[in-house]
Design a protein around this ligand. Structure first.
Ligand code: NAD
Length: 497
């Protein structure tokens, strides 16, 4: 059986006894095994990254950027292979995998602007003959820890930016679908990246803890579920590291009585069930304002859901694929059952769905639940499956209160034709990424991505301008070249103009 190894100092390493199976979620079969690293593996990766740092730090940003230009070309050339690897281990349909890759490539494109991004800030004559400027210096060895649901895009949120800023990197991808991540990292070597600048260590908690405790790692960028994000943030901070830790979500769409219903239905189908709902920006709750729009919405959704196709990742006619593991499927089914037990109405139940020929795959069909309320455990939790819950409220204020009271604050959107309502919503909602008639308001690569409340621990969003700030530290230099005419005596008060 194929063993997925580490990538340290430009070499694939497959020695090691501890492994974990990697499944093909469409068939439910084990397809490969992945090595599980430990503190020693992290030590080796950090040593390689540390050794590569001095030369990489001195490499001009333009040269670093040229490697990214080449990397982008290689990502495009190898897109089919990357999407196949994503599909085989994640289950994402090939067209959705292509979308993931494209959004990842856009982060590489942004990183190609390194010379511009790292120009710094200059002030001339802050005092007589005195100039002052800020430079953005790399931190050193930095690390990224990533989730299963975007095995290519989320790592590309992190290391292209970290690397063009002059850092060297240790990546710990999800152990559940690591092949595409590893393949993409090797393309960066092919693009000309010196060995040791990017290293990939496979594993689970043990490797993560070794990263958090390693004295030579300066910063940790994390994306995953909220309990782990909180643990990462606290442990990294306790060990003196800079940290940004993005967590889970529960994204609500408010459907106002004046919304364009066809648009709402199409948007909700894609945003609730696309990628089997395994997106941190998935719209998993529709909040209908008034029973009239709720009834119309539900009727239209039920009709449209009858035409949804789900199945194997390689069939581009499918709308979505399986969920990641059998355990995750059981968790999703548990939420559907608990909603029913707590008084919600299951209108479309995907619990027993299995596409012909893939009966052992980890499939859950699209599920629609009405009459959900804020006290139900399935509402409080992030289900992370193809399940859309409907909550009925009387007013927009009530809808906004629900969202503002929820533990998570990643994404949200409103469907309305009323500009005043939309503006009020955008201004007052306590969520980091807001859509107005846009279901998945994922910021483009030249903005930055992040949530509020318990969807993000830390101060800076991911990628874009915040990414540059996260992966650099500012140094401000103030200079004067004294000539005989400007010599001064000792000055004991704070210098002012
Ligand atoms: P996860 O939290 O289980 O795992 C994420 C990473 O943490 C993996 O690399 C994993 O190996 C590691 N990990 C898991 N358990 C650990 C532990 N006990 N100690 C230390 N490390 C541990 O998340 P997942 O299931 O892979 O991904 C899905 C979650 O990620 C969802 O909650 C989703 O909302 C979230 N997510 C958030 C964003 C965002 O931008 N906010 C984006 C994508 C995914």
């Amino acid at each position: 059986m194929d063993k997925i190894g580490h990538f340290i100092n430009g070499q694939i390493i497959t020695e090691g006894d501890r492994t974990q199976p990697v499944y093909n979620p469409s068939t439910g079969q084990i397809s490969k095994e992945v090595l599980l690293g430990n503190a020693k593996t992290i030590d080796e990766a950090v040593a390689a990254a540390k050794a590569a740092f001095p030369a990489w730090r001195k490499t001009p940003p333009l040269k670093r950027a040229r490697i990214m230009f080449k990397f982008k070309e290689l990502l495009e050339q190898h897109a089919d292979e990357i999407c196949r690897l994503i599909g085989e281990e994640h289950g994402k349909i090939v067209h959705d995998a292509a979308g993931e890759l494209q959004r990842g490539i856009e982060n590489v494109e942004y990183a190609c602007g390194a010379p511009e991004l790292l120009k710094g800030e200059h002030s001339r004559n802050v005092g007589p003959d005195i100039d002052s400027w800020s430079e953005f210096h790399p931190l050193g060895v930095v690390a990224g820890i990533t989730p299963f649901n975007f095995p290519v895009m989320v790592p590309l949120w992190m290391y292209p930016m970290a690397i063009v800023c002059g850092n060297t990197f240790v990546l710990k991808p999800s152990e559940r679908d690591p092949s595409s991540t590893l393949y993409v990292a090797q393309l960066l070597k092919e693009a000309g990246l010196p060995d040791g600048v990017l290293n990939v260590v496979m594993g689970g908690k043990e490797t993560v803890d070794a990263i958090l405790e390693h004295k030579d790692i300066e910063a940790v960028s994390f994306v995953g579920s909220t309990p782990i994000a909180e643990y990462i943030y606290k442990t990294a901070a306790a060990n003196g590291k800079r940290c940004q830790a993005l967590g889970g979500a529960k994204n609500h769409a408010i459907v106002m009585p004046d919304a364009d219903l066809d648009n709402v239905v199409n948007s909700l189908l894609g945003a609730a069930f696309g990628s089997s709902g395994e997106r941190c920006m998935a719209l998993s709750v529709a909040v209908a304002v008034g029973d009239e729009i709720a009834d119309k919405l539900i009727a239209a959704l039920q009709k449209a859901m009858g035409n949804l196709k789900f199945g194997v990742h390689s069939d581009k006619n499918n709308d979505f694929g399986p969920v990641i593991t059998a355990e995750h499927k059981a968790k999703i089914l548990g939420h559907i059952k608990s909603a029913q037990e707590q008084g919600a109405k299951i209108l479309v139940d995907g619990s027993d769905a299995a596409p012909a020929g893939y009966e052992n795959g980890f499939f859950v069909g699209a599920t629609l639940i009405d009459n959900v309320n804020k006290d139900m455990s399935s509402y409080k939790a992030e289900i992370f499956g193809p399940v859309l819950q409907v909550i009925r409220v009387k007013t927009m204020e009530e809808a906004m209160q629900l969202i503002n009271d929820h533990e998570y604050g990643n994404g949200t959107c409103i469907y309305t034709r009323d500009g005043e309502a939309a503006r009020y919503f955008a201004d007052n909602i306590k969520v980091g990424m807001v859509g107005i008639n846009i279901p998945l308001p994922v910021p483009v690569a030249y903005q930055s991505f992040g949530g509020w409340k318990r969807s993000l621990f830390g101060d800076l969003f991911m990628y874009g301008p915040d990414g540059v700030r996260f992966f650099t530290r500012r140094k401000t230099i103030t200079q004067r070249w004294p000539s005989s005419s400007v010599r001064e005596g000792a000055q004991f008060s704070m210098p002012t103009l």
